[in-house]
Design a binder for this molecule. Sequence first.
Ligand code: HEM
Ligand code: HEM
Length: 221
Amino acid sequence: MTTDPIAIDSSATLRRGADVVRVWDPLVRVFHWGLVAAFATAWLSAEEIQPLHEIAGYAVAALIGFRIVWGFAGGRYARFAQFVRGPRATLAYIGDVAKGRERRYLGHNPAGAAMVVAILVTLSGTALTGWLMAEPERATAVSGQLAIVAPALADDDDGGGVEREADGALKEVHETLANAMLLLVALHLGGVALASFRHRENLARAMVTGRKRAAGPGDVA
Ligand code: HEM
Ligand code: HEM
């Protein structure tokens, strides 16, 4: 007895269809590329076009606000509980990367997850200090305290009073956080490139289409 060729065909199609799975939901993808655009705009307009700088900075803040809600209410791979790990698991994963034997993760791997948290926290601080600078009354109240707790940060050599020093402190923190973001983005891109290479998949494209190769044996889904 021979096997029915149509049955073989349809099961092959089924298998092919199951090869790729949806990982990043549409809102995570819109969030990601929206954040890239807003951050780039804020960065490029800094000290050039102040109104645009502030609008882009507020857009960053709004996107982060959404992402925090989505980290609790979103789909499986959007949830913080799915991907955030402790320092031990993260270091173990990095050790595995160094030995070239890390597992493939369908969602964020532990190092990528740590990077997501670092980016969200750093950008929140950047937007918050920017907002305080743009709101002079709040700036005086909050950064006056900052100038007292961290005088080194407020040391801006222009001989101004506490208020001036306070503004200097805020600006200093704002700029330092913005610069830290450049470093984080560089590491982020390096991580994406490395994981794409190691697991033979285009992760940047996956952040556009939302789809990735289904989990194979040994992968973490
Ligand atoms: C300003 C620059 C960027 C920032 C601030 C940024 C930020 C982020 C954040 C917050 C996530 C987590 C996504 C989520 O779960 O919500 C993420 C993931 C990701 N980003 Fe970016 N990103 C930047 C640029 C890029 C670029 C240029 C690419 C592509 C070349 C890229 C590729 C990815 C990929 C592939 C992931 C998923 C990583 C994974 O598979 O675990 N990012 N990024
Ligand atoms: C979250 C993304 C943001 C990034 C990456 C960013 C980045 C920067 C950078 C690099 C500077 C130049 C610092 C310097 O050398 O003095 C700057 C300055 C400044 N930013 Fe932002 N910023 C962001 C958000 C905001 C927001 C939300 C506001 C206010 C609504 C803001 C208000 C300001 C102000 C008032 C200055 C000082 C301009 C000056 O006096 O020359 N920023 N920002």
